[in-house]
Design a protein around this ligand. Sequence first.
Ligand code: ADP
Ligand code: GN1
Ligand code: MG
Length: 370
Amino acid sequence: MGTIANEKVKETIASKFQTEGEIVELIPFGNGYINDTFRITCELPEGKEIRYILQKMNNSIFKNPAELMENVMNVTKFLRKKIIAAGGDPNRETLNVIPTKDGNNYLDNGEECWRMYIFIEGATCYDEVKTPEDFYNSAVSFGNFQRLLSDYPAETLHETIVNFHNTVSRFADFKKAVEEDVCGRVQEVQEEIKFIFDREKDAHIICDALEEKRIPLRVTHNDTKLNNIMIDDKTGKGLCVIDLDTVMPGSALYDFGDSIRFGASTAAEDEVNLDLVTVNLELFDVYAKGFLEGCAGSLTEEEVRLFPAGAKVITFEQGMRFLTDYLQGDTYYKTSRPGHNLDRSRTQLKLVADMEKKWDEMEKIVEKYR
Ligand code: ADP
Ligand code: GN1
Ligand code: MG
């Protein structure tokens, strides 16, 4: 986004929120694939600075911003109370919504919907794991997040994206995209399509376990990739779980699996050299350990037993989602080069293949923690 456009956002959007001081800077920020995110700096009269995050919510993906923001408000209020009770800092350990000058929790200008958060200072979102310890710390925090929400009244949450992690319905969407082939791209991805079709039964593993009540439905985050957690710059510990748009009833395996597919990979999600893309079992191990510690014994034995399946199913699902978007003309995820979604899909499918090779070892690791 150019400077003139930024200036316009500053004047017509940012100025409508209850910020303190004078807005002196607005810049695009972060590496999310869904919303448009900006960092805003305001100067206070005494010369100090205060920063905020401003986000344009993706209204083609999130159709009901009022319900979405109701979830965010209620979940953050709930977390805030628990953080205060535990002696934590509620301004850094959870998101905090800044209302508009009209007193609403988001701005609807008739075309777009925008929201603002306190900028969490002294913390960073990472796009790759630097050390096993960092990944362990992120696991503890994601587990902790789930534990804190374990008594949240799930029935009051809106389903912001229906069937978000319903892998069976994701498979059906993929199949339809192949049949429709709206961009004429099916021919060039025959190998990937076959790989996915050969694993149709895998789409049922978590869905069936939930349906047959072998594992419980819980309040989960559903998008636990590493750059959705802020790591404290000083302590190195997970500080705040962000990107709460998809907090909904789900399975602990979704959260476990999504972290593994992103963080335990030896390469970036969009790496083009597939030889570099494998599952790092040491990272799988530390994540399992940390997640269980964070959940503090609340997971059932069957959930833990299914950790390897959670990792594989969510990685498989993500491979299908990226390829579906590629086949449909790249309308869902932000992309920054031609074929970006195809590259992303390939890394996910490569990870699935590698997990299949390392299956026994993954099960052995989990066995230690049951
Ligand atoms: P998306 O849904 O597009 O992924 P996110 O809510 O994850 O959007 O935000 C994108 C990025 O913006 C994050 O990865 C993080 O780097 C940054 N970010 C979001 N919220 C905050 C915050 N409150 N404080 C600091 N940085 C934030
Ligand atoms: C999106 O919003 P972001 O960038 O944190 C997506 C996730 C995917 C992820 C793949 C609402 O996450 O489901 O796993 O990209 N979020 C939504 O990197 O679809
Ligand atoms: Mg995000």
